[in-house]
Write a protein that binds this ligand. Structure first.
Ligand code: CU
Length: 125
């Protein structure tokens, strides 16, 4: 094999490994809401994504999401929970509280205004 062929082969292998890692091994951040005095509370930091982006909560108990936006990029300035009819601005470097009452089991997406950055709320029994 010529050198350039070797380089192409090796970079192909790296690419394949990256794809496998991304789709099968990469674990998303999952967090179970803490229950304090009957309210399920979670802190979510917003910076090019939601961290954590998978939030597990219990049904029929108020969920209080504390969004802290750590950037001024306009992409994340609004967060939308379509299933809960919530759409809220997240001012930069501030805590914004969103309260939700999950009354049905299921998985509910939330995302930025352009639907580019995603997170998921998982409601369990
Ligand atoms: Cu966006």
């Amino acid at each position: 094999m010529r050198l350039d062929q070797i380089i192409v082969t090796i970079s192909g292998l790296f690419l394949a490994a990256g794809v496998i890692w991304y789709f099968f091994l990469y674990k998303r951040q999952t967090v179970r809401a803490k229950d304090t005095e009957g309210i399920q509370e979670v802190k979510i930091s917003v910076k090019g994504g939601y961290d954590p982006d998978l939030i597990v909560v219990k049904k029929d108990k108020t969920v209080r999401l504390n969004f802290y936006r750590e950037e001024t990029s306009s992409c994340t300035e609004v967060v939308v929970f379509p299933d809960f009819r919530v759409r809220k601005e997240l001012p930069a470097f501030q805590n914004t509280i969103i309260e939700i009452m999950p009354d049905k089991i299921g998985e509910y997406d939330f995302h930025c205004d352009m639907n580019m950055i995603h997170g998921k709320l998982i409601v369990e029994e």
